[in-house]
Design a binder for this molecule. Structure first.
Ligand code: GLV
Ligand code: MN
Length: 193
């Protein structure tokens, strides 16, 4: 859903200031600007979520500038969860490369559409909708995801709500979640930046 390009390519000059829609074009371009070796993994998934996302977006692969797409390598430890998040600028497509993954997204009416899918199976997430994945297999799992934006963005709900800087006032979060300060403080302590 990014803007249409007005030339064959415009490899991003990341040292320049971003302009209104992406980066200015780099002057001297070669074949290596159009290849990226960073999606192969393996990734270290020893973290509290048991998931690591490695992006090929315009910031890591500047050749994507103005091309309107990007990809991620997403790897899961057993039981790992890619927490609920949304991409403000892109629809997402994904394919399971390895393992068994419970994939779900929520409509704006809070209907959950979900399925367990296996290697070779694909899913989609409509633009902007909240979604998550959970590795339900005994071993590791791996997805490759793709986006129709060079920089889809990700609003990750738990860290947005409980790990922001400055913090969202407790009065907002206790009322929002119909709970108490102790619960909110406990959650904030897990996501503090
Ligand atoms: C998975 O949801 C991803 O954003 O790569
Ligand atoms: Mn996503």
């Amino acid at each position: 859903s990014d803007s249409d390009p007005l030339q064959d390519f415009c490899v991003g000059d990341l040292k320049a200031s971003p302009s209104i829609n992406g980066f200015p074009c780099k002057q001297s371009v070669s074949a290596s600007d159009f290849f990226f070796s960073g999606l192969g993994g393996p990734l270290n998934t020893s973290n509290p979520n048991g998931v690591t996302v490695s992006p090929a977006n315009v910031l890591t692969f500047p050749g994507l500038n103005t091309l309107g797409l990007s990809m991620n390598n997403v790897e899961f430890a057993p039981g790992g969860v890619n927490p609920p998040h949304s991409h403000p600028r892109a629809t997402e497509a994904g394919i399971v490369i390895e393992g068994s993954v419970f994939v779900g997204f929520l409509t704006t009416n809070n209907t959950l559409f979900s399925k367990v899918i296996y290697a070779g199976e694909m899913f989609v997430v409509p633009r902007g909708l909240v979604h998550f994945q959970w590795n339900v297999g005994n071993g590791k799992a791996r997805l490759i995801t793709a986006f129709n934006s060079q920089l889809p963005g990700a609003a990750v709900l738990p860290s947005s709500l409980f790990g922001s800087f400055p913090e969202i006032p407790n009065a907002v979060l206790t009322r929002t979640f119909r709970t108490d300060d102790a619960t909110v403080n406990n959650l904030k302590s897990k996501f503090a930046v």
